[in-house]
Design a binder for this molecule. Structure first.
Ligand SMILES: *Cc1c(COP(=O)(O)O)cnc(C)c1O
Length: 584
């Protein structure tokens, strides 16, 4: 049944860019699919028509052929049937992890790319798609405030974060190497000398002199010993400074790239769930004192657990002071895997001057997102708040040198084309599907206030409404500090409750909601011992910490239709009602 009520212009982005929870836009999608496939068939026929056909209608009518057709059809039906047990991520009832509906333009871009199957390792193997990737990176760079950035698509945020670590490492090794050859500076000064000083120094030495100091060439053990000799002190390898709320990919990075988990330095949050810049400063001073270089400082806009946004502006201000006052350049990577698309709220659409949508952001989040473009590099996942199908992540660096300082050539690939990515990416062969899907979705919806901004604002507002309604109807709901965006993390606890009881209640609620297919939520747990925020939070309801972790319900309110007033169900009221029923 279709309603005849006209669509509010601010909801066009919502209604014309998704299939809809009941496949409302099915006819249009079918048209688009037919268009894509017909053009693909025609393209193949028109390319070399003089070659003739390889498969005749007689072949197609042969019993073997028909048997194969039947077999494929049967298996496909089996598979589609199996997939009916897949999570109903399209439904507004799915508010669990960081995925939901995918956008139609993204889906079409993805499918179109699969048909051509380009490998964007180089222009030689992707004559068209490699350019589209560059244009998509340009669009993301603009949205993030980086301007003309250097980057590429990855399989996701984890690999994009790895791309930052491997570059920050390569840069650090070059600078240390030059300092070792030149002498006259401390190890810490050398490690953070900056590209200008490095370039100038390079003119005075033979580049080969760096080799013994570069772990990429000499191996980490020999390079370490060479650095110890040159600087006449123990070399302890670099540290990676990450927020305690960081994604576990940083732990993976520390393990994979030889940093070691012991060399992760964690920055704590205050009782409001806010990153403590003073603590970062303390870590930097300790590193300087111990002459242990800083591989990178990482901040997060949109943490995986609560959607909290670190004060990127204040962190960058601090690092700018280190640079301006002491000439020390420290790499700042912003992990905006989740929150990067929120930056669309800051960009005006050239055609619509005054949306003022950024008001949906708290001043703290606004300031932080406005500073993302000041960092050295950024991770953003189109497959999260970009509503693009998997796998689509992206890594972007602001300066060319920071991007190109890793380079490995392959003898069998023609890398003469400027801008080929192969020599610079951790991954080898790469699908262009994520890049093209991002391109089409960015061009059609728009990475600004009149496009994505509308979606982002909507998801934040629906989270705010749900939170309000929850606290009003279920006063024993306790919302975790730092739920700054569209994630909501809470538990249900009476004053003085034991944490173990509260955990049992949380698990029971989750289990009941899931088993009755009412709503799909996720959960997370916070260690109590090492986490001051969690201790203060439990204190706030006089809870008794009788166990070592607190389990919380976690909702990612990304579904664009969660709060649609046309639906027959008011999900906010319905969900809170279910939660109250299950909380007794
Ligand atoms: C999801 C996420 C990642 C990892 O991204 P994948 O695409 O799952 O590899 C990294 N950092 C943050 C903050 C994330 O939310």
């Amino acid at each position: 049944m279709s309603s005849t009520v006209a669509c509010d212009p601010t909801e066009v982005a919502l209604k014309s860019f998704f299939l809809g929870p009941q496949s409302e836009n099915a006819n249009w999608v079918t048209e688009l699919l037919v268009e894509i496939f017909e053009r693909w068939f025609r393209w193949r026929r028109d390319k070399f028509p003089e070659d003739g056909s390889a498969i005749s209608s007689l072949d197609q009518a042969s019993p073997e052929f028909c048997e194969r057709r039947q077999q494929v059809l049967g298996l496909l039906q089996q598979l589609t049937h199996r997939f009916e047990k897949e999570l109903p991520k399209f439904s507004p009832r799915y508010v669990g992890h960081m995925f939901s509906e995918i956008s139609l333009p993204a889906l079409m871009g993805h499918i179109l790319t699969l048909l051509h199957n380009p490998n964007i390792i180089s222009k030689e193997s992707a004559t068209v798609a490699a350019d589209i990737e560059n244009e998509a990176i340009e669009a993301l760079g603009h949205m993030l405030g980086l301007g003309k950035a250097f980057g590429h698509f990855t399989s996701g945020g984890t690999v994009a974060n790895f791309e930052a670590v491997v570059r920050a490492g390569a840069r650090l090794h070059c600078w240390l190497g030059l300092g070792a050859v030149q002498g006259g500076m401390t190890l810490f000064e050398a490690a953070h000398m900056g590209w200008a000083r490095y370039r100038q120094g390079l003119t005075m030495i033979d580049e080969h002199q760096l080799t013994p100091y570069l772990p990429e060439r000499s191996g980490p053990w020999d390079a370490g010993r060479a650095l110890e000799q040159a600087f006449d002190r123990p070399f302890r390898g670099p540290v990676l400074i990450v927020p305690r709320t960081g994604h576990y990919s940083w732990k993976k990075a520390a393990r994979v790239f030889g940093v070691g988990e012991a060399n992760l330095r964690y920055v704590d949050s205050d009782s409001q769930g806010r990153y403590q810049v003073d603590h970062l400063q303390q870590h930097l001073l300790d590193c300087q004192l111990m002459q242990q270089p800083v591989l990178a400082v990482v901040s997060v806009t949109g943490t995986t657990e609560t959607g909290a946004v670190d004060p990127v502006h204040a962190i960058q201000d601090l690092l700018d002071r280190w640079r301006d006052q002491q000439g020390l350049h420290i790499w700042h990577h912003i992990d905006a895997a989740y929150g990067g698309f929120l930056c669309s709220l800051l960009r005006k659409d050239p055609l619509h001057k005054e949306e003022g949508l950024e008001a949906v952001l708290s001043p703290h989040v606004f300031q932080s997102l406005s500073a993302v473009g000041r960092g050295d590099s950024v991770t953003v996942d189109p497959h999260k708040l970009g509503y693009v199908p998997y796998s689509s992540g992206a890594f972007l660096a602001r300066q060319r040198d920071d991007y190109t300082c890793v380079q490995t050539l392959a003898p069998y690939i023609d890398y003469r084309n400027v801008g080929d990515r192969g020599p610079y990416t951790l991954e080898g062969s790469r699908s262009a599907a994520g890049a093209v899907a991002t391109w089409l979705t960015a061009r059609s919806i728009g990475l600004h206030q009149a496009g994505y901004g509308l979606l982002m604002a909507r998801t934040i507002r629906q989270k705010q409404k749900l939170e309000q309604w929850l606290l009003q109807k279920l006063p024993s709901a306790r919302v975790y500090p730092g739920c700054d965006t569209n994630l909501l993390c809470f538990c249900v606890a009476d004053a003085g409750d034991q944490v173990s009881r509260c955990n049992q209640r949380t698990l029971r609620i989750l289990e009941r909601l899931n088993s009755e297919s009412l709503y799909f939520l996720s959960k997370t747990h916070f260690p109590i011992g090492s986490n001051g925020v969690t201790r203060d939070f439990i204190q706030s309801w006089q809870g008794q910490a009788d166990t070592d972790q607190l389990v919380m319900l976690r909702l990612s309110l990304m579904n664009p239709f969660f709060d649609s007033h046309e639906l027959d169900v008011n999900h906010i009221e319905h969900l809170v009602f279910a939660l109250s029923e299950l909380s007794d």
